[in-house]
Design a protein around this ligand. Structure first.
Ligand code: ZN
Length: 131
């Protein structure tokens, strides 16, 4: 039996509400854009380590600086922003990056601790686990 989301009223499975604290997945994503779902990297196509050619230049800059400091590219995937390039780093960010149009965000969901920089323009993202 589905129950209404506390935010928008859309019907959701009780299991989902238990996990999100009463919200549907689109609503929890507004608060936690990284909220995991069925399309998490494990189930999407195998990760490529090659950087996409259309990667946002400032995101690319951040990745280049991280690689210089010894970080590594874990892979490129479709999560958390399926329409954009998502680059996963193997280690935590080694530097603090500041660039216009780039936002830093940490997700403190206890099951998915992650830090990310993303470009407002394109949604391109570079992220690392902060477990
Ligand atoms: Zn909702």
């Amino acid at each position: 039996m589905k129950e209404p989301c506390n935010e928008c009223g859309k019907l959701v499975l009780p299991e989902t509400k238990k996990k999100t604290g009463g919200l549907c997945v689109p609503c929890i994503r507004k608060i936690y854009p990284m909220w995991p779902n069925k399309n998490t990297p494990k189930e999407s196509k195998p990760l490529s380590k090659k950087l996409p050619l259309d990667l946002h230049p400032r995101i690319k800059e951040i990745i280049d600086k991280e690689l210089e400091k010894g970080n590594e590219i874990e892979g490129v995937g479709v999560w958390p922003r399926p329409k954009s390039n998502n680059v996963y780093l193997k280690y935590r960010f080694k530097l603090e990056h500041k660039a216009s149009g780039i936002q830093y965000h940490e997700d403190h969901d206890p099951h998915y601790l992650i830090a990310e920089y993303f470009a407002h323009e394109t949604g391109d993202t570079v992220l690392c686990s902060i477990k």
